[in-house]
Design a protein around this ligand. Structure first.
Ligand code: 6PG
Length: 246
């Protein structure tokens, strides 16, 4: 493991998938613990994609204060929650959240609704109720990934999604050319309020988008640049292949 850090921006390079999972789970659990100590509960937001699985499975083996954690999603793919494409389904299985005693604290996005904008508005209302209307919607810990095209959450390049600043949750249209279904996503202002953002990336295909995300430029071209505006701590947990060299 090696580390580069400033006060709010930290890069940790894991030497193996196992180390990536272990470090990710440790950072996640520490953020949960700090939130529970400071505020009595932890509000977390989970990304999908393939990278977080090993981190979530490792986290599930730790002694977590499950009666104090509220689980939300960063984004969801249009479709049924039982679909293999569902971010809810994957994270719930990986984290072992299919237990009756935590069900009331597991808050999925209802992306099976053909009216995704209505489902996004319902999720926004849920966030306002949970956090309180007069408080910032500041997640204690949020996992994010980065796509080969520089997207994060479901904020895709060339779609205007990073500029949405009048909603907490938005519906994003399908992109047939990329083979992507429509999505529901937390918007950039919510990402930027998070206290700890854990960005998980592995593999050489992430090197270029990460280098771009770390350099100033239009967010519309590289949406992961919104992470340069996060008010809390951003931890990039990458493997050697994903770490930008040049
Ligand atoms: C999703 C996401 C998305 C993901 C990145 C990285 O639903 O697809 O939440 O933003 O984090 O695409 O995905 P990988 O981990 O699969 O590379």
């Amino acid at each position: 493991m090696s580390e580069v850090s400033t006060a709010r921006f930290e890069v940790t390079v894991a030497e193996s998938e196992a180390e990536h999972a272990a470090l990710g789970a440790e950072i996640f659990a520490r953020a949960i613990d700090a939130a529970v100590r400071a505020r009595g509960s932890a509000k977390v937001a989970l990304s999908g994609g393939s990278t977080p699985g090993p981190v979530y499975r490792r986290l599930a083996q730790m002694a977590l204060p499950l009666d104090r954690i509220d689980w939300f999603w960063v984004d969801e793919r249009a479709g049924d929650p039982s679909s293999p494409r569902s971010n809810f389904r994957a994270a719930r299985a990986d984290l072992g959240l299919d237990r009756a005693d935590v069900a009331a604290r597991v808050h999925r996005m209802e992306a099976e609704d053909p009216d995704l904008a209505a489902a996004a508005a319902r999720y926004e209302a849920l966030l306002r109720r949970t956090f309180g209307v007069a408080s910032a919607i500041a997640f204690d810990v949020m996992t994010l990934g980065i796509g080969d095209d520089g997207h994060t959450a479901s904020l895709f390049p060339g779609t205007g999604a990073t500029a949405i600043d009048d909603r907490l949750v938005a519906a994003i249209g399908a992109q047939p050319a990329k083979g992507l279904e429509a999505r529901i996503t937390l918007t950039a202002p919510v990402l930027c309020e998070a206290r700890t953002v854990l960005v998980l990336a592995r593999g050489a295909a992430k090197q270029r988008p990460i280098a771009s995300a770390w350099s100033e430029g239009p967010e519309e071209d590289v949406p992961a640049r919104v992470l340069l505006r996060v008010r809390g701590q951003v931890v990039w947990l990458v493997d050697r292949d994903a770490y930008p060299t040049g």
